[in-house]
Design a protein around this ligand. Structure first.
Ligand code: CMC
Length: 427
């Protein structure tokens, strides 16, 4: 097979190299196309465009494969801690015992948030969405911790600081939104338990750490830890390409994740399921609405740009939701409705023809509800989980010798050259 592709246009032929990834995927490198031929490519939503080569995450949407640094996500969900997974993504391999201890110490050392930041939190109106608050506060970290990101050690501290502080900041946002006293991080607790304690401990009702809930959160965060060049990760890389600081790039990623077609889908799913339950359980009505091309409504938690089969994360989370509710001997009408909706959608020709299967967000909200997380914090939970991925993608991009500032082209379709009309001559 040739390792170049040819393009023939207007009587001229151009050659472009073909790149092959370690799992055999191919890309035609058209970076020189405009310089050689004067034309550009057009690809709405970047469905057929690669923006980088990466050693972090491998996905195969046809086979439902997801691996971080080569390790199947199923194995990480079964055996790893979230801390190990974060280390793996950022550093490219699992830590040994000594490295893991050092990483834990650093996470503990950086877990406090500057007391002055509380004033910002208190100034947000009560109705503010926690994702807007989190995005602003992460950006504000640069003013409180203005260290440079020049040496490897400085970059390491900045990345660890962010990983540690994000959970303190998220829990702070929740406590302040409720008008409750803040709970500080505890170095004796692991990453997940520490977060739950900061969220739910209170002077009137001390939080009893439940290992089942800690494990559920661990799996939830591992499953969300990276997903290659999705919308928010692309935002982090694009904003980072201007060589902005890490906090600003991550803040852009949080803003991108907020949307209901991306990370905001977990909140949208619960709202949709609650609406179905309120409406007497009419799942078919929702399916008909999602199929109506004149209605912008979509079946939230279904479909994916890359997965054309069941999202492997969705399968793990569905089983976990079942196990968790069974073990706690509680039932959730939203889980029953979700299962009914899944069965009905997967029998429907529209969903079959368009390869629309449940994605990670379809059942994840049920798990978060069982943990006690309020619905408006769901996307924040996704953001905390995705942070190691964003950081590793940002780091890879700044170290990439092929990296350039992101600056796509366009095809202009507006008016051709038009003279300025003075105000008194305008119709
Ligand atoms: N409900 C109804 N129709 C859908 C849905 C859905 N959930 N998803 C896709 N379609 C339609 C889509 O409109 C298109 O129809 P047409 O050809 O008439 O334009 C057809 O199915 C094929 O869509 P696609 O090209 O596979 O979808 P996409 O790549 O443009 O969009 C998506 C991917 C995730 C934005 C979309 O599936 C969606 O809006 N899903 C609902 C929101 C959601 O659950 N998002 C979370 C994604 S997983 C978490 C994450 O990583 O962000």
């Amino acid at each position: 097979m040739s390792d170049y592709a040819t393009l023939t246009y207007d009587g001229n032929t151009y050659e472009f190299p073909v790149i092959t990834g370690s799992e055999g995927e191919k890309a035609i490198d058209i970076s020189t196309m405009r310089a050689k031929s004067g034309i550009i490519t057009m690809d709405y939503g970047f469905s057929s465009t690669g923006s980088c080569s990466s050693t972090i995450t491998f996905m195969n949407g046809e086979k439902g494969i997801l691996r971080y640094r080569g390790i199947p996500v199923e194995q990480l969900a079964e055996h790893a801690t979230f801390k190990e997974t974060a280390y793996l993504l950022i550093n490219g391999r699992l830590p040994n015992r000594k490295e893991l201890t050092r990483f834990s110490v650093m996470l503990n050392d950086h877990s406090l948030v500057h007391e002055d930041m509380q004033e910002f939190y208190k100034s947000f109106p009560r109705i503010s969405h926690p994702m807007g608050i989190l995005s602003s506060m992460v950006n504000a970290l640069r003013s409180f911790y203005p260290e440079l990101e020049k040496t490897d050690e400085e970059i390491n501290i900045t990345m660890t600081r962010l990983l540690s502080k994000i959970r303190t900041m998220a829990a702070m946002a929740y406590k302040i939104s409720r008008g409750h006293k803040l709970v500080y991080p505890r170095p004796d607790l692991n990453y997940c338990a520490n977060f739950l304690n900061m969220m739910f401990d209170s002077p009137v009702r001390p939080y009893d750490i439940d290992e089942d809930l800690v494990q559920a959160l661990r799996v939830f965060w591992i499953l969300h830890a990276d997903h290659e060049q999705n919308c928010s990760t692309t935002a982090v890389r694009v904003v980072g390409s201007g060589r902005v600081n890490l906090y600003a790039a991550i803040s852009a990623g949080i803003a991108a994740l907020w949307g209901p077609l991306h990370g905001g889908a977990n909140q949208a799913v619960i709202e949709m399921l609650s609406e179905i339950v309120r409406d007497g359980g009419k799942v078919q009505k929702v399916i008909e609405r999602a199929k109506d091309r004149n209605d912008p409504f979509r079946l939230f938690g279904f479909g994916h740009r890359v997965y054309k089969t069941y999202d492997p994360r969705g399968q793990i989370i569905k089983k976990m939701a079942d196990r968790l509710l069974e073990k706690r001997q509680v039932s959730d009408p939203l889980l029953d409705t979700a299962k009914e909706l899944e069965i009905a959608a997967r029998k429907d020709d529209y969903f079959i023809e368009n390869n629309l299967y449940p994605n990670v967000d379809f059942y994840s909200g049920i798990v978060l509800r069982s943990i006690g997380i309020p619905t408006n914090m769901f996307t924040v939970m996704f953001a905390i989980g995705r942070l190691p991925g964003w950081i590793s993608q940002w780091k890879e991009s700044i170290d990439d010798s092929n990296w350039k500032i992101t600056r796509p082209r366009q095809i202009y379709t507006g008016p051709t050259c038009t003279d300025y009309t003075p105000l008194d001559k305008r119709p």
